[in-house]
Each structure stands twice: as C-alpha cells, then as structure tokens.
Design a protein around this ligand. Structure first.
Ligand code: NAD
Ligand code: ZN
Length: 356
C-alpha cells in the first residue's frame, strides 16, 4: 500500500492506494463515528457491498443506500432520497458517509455529505479508473436539467481509500475512459509518466495490477498539484481541461451517454495537439499520437454526422471562453500546456476538414 498526503488550501488528507486494502478500512476511519452510511450504485453493490458492509459492521453501525448506476443518478431526486434515507436511519452530525463507486457516486455522495445537517464527513472509495480524477480536487455536484454539475460545492473528503482490486470487474470501455485522463495528466504535466506509458502500456490489457497502481498514483499527483495551486479554478486548473473543449462539445452534440467521456476526450486531445501545431507553428508529430491512441482502442476521428458549425458553437460556449472567443488548452511540448485564445477561423476550417 502507498499513502499520499493530499494538500488543499483548506485541509490535508491521506489517500491510501493498494490492492485489497479495503480489508483495513476500519483503520482508515478516524475519530468518533456514530453510524456509517455507504452510498453506492447498483453495479458496484452487486460486486462489493456485502464485503464492505461485513468489514465495517464489526466496528460501526452501518446502513447502505443503493442508487441507480449511471449519470442519471446525479439528480435532485436521488439526492433527496439519500437525505430521506439518512434521516430515517437517524444519522447525526458525527456520522460518516462513504462513497463506494465511480465518479457518479463520489460526486453525489460528496454533495449529500456536504449538505446533510450542514455537513458530515465523508470518505471516497473509488472503484473506477476515472475516479482517480474525480475523487481528488473536492468538487462535488449533481446535475440540473439545464446543465451538468450545476448544483454543487467544494467539499474535501476525510480520506480516499483506493482499493485497486475492486477495479477487476470494471468493463474495458470504462477502464479506457479513465485511461484517457491518465494520458491527459501525463501530457499536461508529467513527461516521465508519458515516457513510462509509451514504454509499458501497449494495450488496455496492460492496464492492471502494478501498472494500474502506478498510473493512479501518478495521475493523482498531477491532479492534486494543479488543484492545490488553484483550488477555486481561477487559473491553471483550466489545464485539466486539456482535450475537453472539443470533447465536451462532442459529448453534448451526440447526447450524453452516446460516447464515453474518455473516448470524447481522446478525440479532443488529438484535435488540441493538431491545433497546437498550427497555433505555435511547431511539430508535435500528430500522426504518432493518432497511432498511439488507436493502439488502446480509442476512436481517433470525430463521430460521423456531427457538424463543424455546431461543434464550433459549443466550443464558444465552453466555460473557459471569454467574450465569445474560443479558448483552448494547448500543448507547447509534452508536459507543458497553456490556456490560449485561438483563432476562430482556424478552428472552423480545421473542424471542417475532420467532420463528415
Ligand atoms: P460511473 O460512476 O458512472 O461509473 C461508470 C460505470 O461503471 C457505472 O455503470 C458503474 O456502475 C460501473 N462501475 C463502477 N465501478 C465498477 C466496478 N468496480 N466494477 C464494475 N462496474 C463498475 O462513472 P465514472 O466514469 O467513474 O465517473 C463519471 C462521473 O464523474 C461524471 O458524472 C463526471 O461528471 C464525474 N467527474 C467528476 C469530477 C470531479 O472533479 N468531481 C472529475 C471528473 C469526472
Ligand atoms: Zn474529464
């Protein structure tokens, strides 16, 4: 097991990562805890809820609430039902919420914990690779029908317990989705991780065991560093948005759930690399990135049927844009990115070339 100390402006907390570490879960729970509420989703509960409940029940009173799996659970309705369950089970301010699941469970349960009786502590137990990104940084939220993650707060957990043996059951498409964020973290701030990935990870079959643990730790370090420097998202936190300007536009144009977040971000990163070459007049060897991404099974072109004009409009409405100008995170060289206002006509013509 490895322990990372995550530093934030408001508090520091430990992140435990290793194989089979949930056996030691009670040791990671500090202070007086009157009752534990585990929030998890249908899929994760089928595999792991009994196991985790049994480990905890020897030390604490435990109650569980199972939410539907998928993005739809980040709703005001499910949020309210979690509160109803917590009230019926008489949780008090010394109770603890455990988020057992991927980013959906983490975002929802973290927001429930932030708001139940004005806030109770919570622990993140991520079960997806994507959650190496979502479990660190303190952003928790649910969706509004007018926008994703529109209702939320910043709320840091007491700790993160990342048992990588729980990821054994994760479908390959979900693993690849999280892997896109690992690649993103390498490209924006970690040349060593980039070189290591190129050397050691040749296909998704290599994303397991020790390799998986190394990626999770390295990715989390990048995310935690960036967030520490800019907790309230005024400056460099935008770097984490590399590949997301077009990625989000693709997700929204296709309709959420039609493409995985990671696949959309992979296409967005490839596009951002091409834009970087044009914007800076440099050679990043875009073709080698295409081949590299293809090796893992990522889609490497914009899904057919999407129009350049609609994607461009979405990119203009991205949260990074200012005064209707498109701003993208561009790659200067591997490990170094900048937030740049890009030429709209250049983007329009580049999108025109790749949309069909
Ligand atoms: P998710 O939680 O929906 O998990 C993906 C799927 O895998 C679900 O069907 C889930 O039931 C299943 N699953 C989870 N763990 C499993 C396991 N171990 N075995 C088998 N199946 C398992 O999605 P995600 O990709 O982990 O996270 C996406 C969410 O994270 C989005 O809502 C996004 O907005 C959010 N997010 C938040 C932040 C943040 O900073 N808070 C950052 C990035 C993403
Ligand atoms: Zn992302």
């Amino acid at each position: 097991m490895e322990v990372l100390q995550i530093k934030t402006q408001t508090k520091d907390y430990p992140l435990y990562v290793g194989s089979n570490i949930s056996i030691n879960l009670p040791e990671f729970i500090k202070g007086k805890v009157t009752k534990i509420l585990i929030i998890t989703d249908e899929n994760v509960s089928n595999y792991y809820l009994k196991h985790i409940e049994e480990i905890l029940k020897e030390h604490f009173p435990v109650t569980s609430f199972i939410i539907p799996s998928g993005e739809k659970a980040k709703s005001i309705d499910v949020f309210y039902k979690c509160h109803t369950h917590a009230l019926q089970e008489k949780l008090d301010r010394s109770s603890l919420v455990i988020a057992l699941g991927g980013g959906v469970v983490g975002d929802l349960a973290g927001f429930v914990a932030a708001t139940y009786m004005r806030g109770v502590p919570f622990i993140q137990m991520p079960t997806t690779l994507l959650a190496h990104d979502s479990a660190v940084g303190g952003k928790v939220a649910i969706n509004h029908e007018l926008g994703k993650n529109m209702i939320g707060v910043f709320n840091q957990p007491e700790s993160v317990v990342y048992d990588i043996s729980l990821l054994k059951t994760l479908p390959e498409s979900e693993m690849r989705s999280g892997f896109a964020e690992v690649i993103k973290h390498a490209l924006i701030k970690d040349v060593e991780l980039y070189n290591w990935l190129k050397k050691n990870v040749h296909s998704m079959a290599d994303v397991q065991g020790e390799h998986l643990q190394h990626m999770i730790i390295s990715g989390i370090k990048v995310k935690a560093d960036v967030v520490y420097e800019d907790e309230n998202e005024t400056g460099i936190r935008a770097y984490l948005n590399f590949g997301h300007t077009l990625g989000h536009a693709i997700e929204a144009e296709l309709g959420y759930g039609q493409i995985s977040h990671g696949d959309a971000v992979a296409i967005g990163m490839l596009f951002a690399i091409k834009v970087s070459e044009n914007h800076y007049g440099i050679e990043l060897n875009h073709d080698s990135f295409l081949a590299w991404f293809e090796q893992y099974g990522f889609p490497i072109s914009i899904p057919s049927g999407l129009s350049a004009t609609s994607l461009l409009e979405r990119m203009k409405r991205d949260k990074k844009s200012k005064e209707d100008k498109i701003r993208m995170v561009l790659l200067r060289e591997i490990g170094t990115v900048e937030l740049v206002q890009v030429n709209e006509e250049m983007i329009r013509s580049m999108l025109g070339e790749v949309c069909n």
